[in-house]
Design a protein around this ligand. Structure first.
Ligand code: ARG
Length: 457
């Protein structure tokens, strides 16, 4: 097929160069956005008397037919075309003749691609947000079922203080809620139409950019035509929000993997979300969680690729920018797949609160509460902290826990110890008394659950 620009050239493009230059394998997925954008552009051209109404009608029905035929599988996208924009225009002209050649008036592929990708990312972002919400719902369900499941909270992966499993899950839920906020925020900034920026300088035709922006669901237009076709900061912003979401999924996956191990056994994943081994008959592996953790790297890589691609580019459009799509599409596909598998995996996992409780009974996770016990009786916290440290050392020597040490032994460390200390350091009390806002206390966790439900509404 002759290139659109064949008039200026005396030779056809080298085959290897042609393949190298082509982006249709990647950008074909934007066909819907490309066609919708062209329809809005044609209607605007007619409204502004730049093309005739008859031509516009032909263009609109031609484009509608193309959309319908691609959707139904009747029309195959020709992978020999350079990109999706060229394909749609060529197909239109094939179908309606001369009128098709008028579509690209007062437009360039530079504003066209900037438009398509914004529309595409807007649609995908909405889907990603709804997938994150599904994951939040799955975690919330587990949290509600485990409001009373006491487990060790960790710092440095050392048992630290008792928390509830619900409280722990709510931490992830809050991270995911911020992820949604970041995506929404990026979309808000992105949602300005670049259509009408043309190649870079605007146009001499009397176009109406606000009309196309409105028709395509944008909040307004990009204010500077050079900027409108030059930047891909919105891709970077979204990829960065996606990378952070992957960070959260990856940390959650890591914990799922730990919790599923015999060493922890706080949860058991459903058979439908685990795999066996080809040699070891006893194995039940958390492959899904491991893959989510593993795939996080490529989403980070895509972000770095986009940032690096942009950093040296003179204004305005450069072909380097075609690389934005492979990166951002891969981040989208990866994140969506990870969310799609994590939500049902989390929803169906069985929690084992008895094991959590047993783990919480070891490791002196009520030591802070014992120090607080002395502090509330008047001892300065630092002194209490030191005394309890000595008691812990003694317990380690004796091979027991704080709850097992007789009162007489406690008395050797100070007069403030009374028999009420045992109640004070019971796991239930350590949890239920942490009613500070956001804390692990049962009532505080119920407040947090309420807030998430409000968010999901
Ligand atoms: N396939 C190109 C891209 O994705 C479309 C824009 C091409 N513009 C140009 N002046 N060569 O960036």
């Amino acid at each position: 097929m002759d290139k659109m620009w064949a008039g200026r050239f005396s030779k056809a493009l080298d085959k290897t160069a042609d393949d190298f230059n082509s982006s249709i394998h990647t950008d074909c997925r934007m066909y819907r956005q490309d066609i919708k954008g062209s329809m809005a552009h044609a209607s605007m051209l007619a409204a502004q008397k730049i093309i005739a109404d008859d031509d516009c009608e032909l263009i609109l029905s031609g484009l509608e037919g193309i959309l319908r035929d691609i959707d139904s599988g009747l029309l195959k996208i020709d992978m020999d075309c350079e990109d999706i924009h060229m394909f749609v225009e060529a197909e239109l002209t094939k179908r309606i003749g001369e009128a098709g050649k008028r579509l690209h008036t007062a437009r360039s592929r530079n504003d066209q691609v900037a438009l398509d990708i914004r529309m595409y990312l807007r649609d995908e972002s909405a889907q990603i947000i709804s997938l994150i919400k599904s994951l939040i719902s799955a975690l919330l369900k587990q949290a509600e079922e485990n409001e009373n499941s006491v487990m060790p909270g960790y710092t440095h992966l050392q048992r630290a203080q008792p928390v509830t499993f619900a409280h722990h899950l709510l931490a992830y839920i809050n991270m995911l809620m911020r992820d949604i906020g970041r995506i929404e925020d990026a979309v808000r900034r992105m949602n300005l139409s670049p259509l009408g920026c043309c190649a870079l300088a605007g146009t001499t035709y009397g176009i109406d950019r606000d009309m196309t922006a409105k028709a395509l669901g944008f909040d307004g237009i990009t204010a500077n035509s050079i900027d409108g076709v030059s930047d891909r900061d919105f891709c970077v912003e979204l990829m960065s929000a996606f990378a952070l979401t992957m960070t959260h999924l990856s940390r959650f996956s890591e914990e799922i993997i730990l919790w599923s191990s015999w060493e922890f056994k706080f949860v058991e994943l459903d058979d439908a979300f685990t795999t066996g081994s080809s040699i070891m008959p006893q194995k039940k592996n958390s492959d899904m969680a491991e893959l989510v953790r593993g795939k996080t790297g490529r989403v980070y890589g895509n972000l770095m690729a986009a940032l690096t691609m942009l950093k040296g580019l003179p204004l305005a459009y450069n072909k380097d920018m075609q690389e934005d799509k492979e990166a951002v599409f891969d981040s989208i596909d990866t994140l969506k797949k990870c969310l799609e598998v994590t939500a049902p995996m989390a929803e169906t996992m069985k929690t084992l609160p008895d094991n959590m409780y047993k783990a919480a009974q070891g490791g002196f996770i009520n030591a802070t509460d014992l120090a607080d016990y002395l502090t509330k009786k008047g001892m300065p916290f630092r002194s209490a902290y030191k005394t309890v440290g000595q008691i812990v050392a003694l317990c380690i020597e004796k091979g027991c826990v704080l709850d097992d040490l007789p009162l007489e032994t406690y008395k050797q460390f100070g007069d403030l110890f009374e028999s009420d200390l045992y109640d004070e350091i019971s796991l239930e009390n350590c949890v239920s008394k942490r009613i500070s806002k956001g804390g692990t206390g049962f009532s505080s966790v119920r407040e947090q659950i309420k807030a998430v439900k409000e968010f999901l509404k």
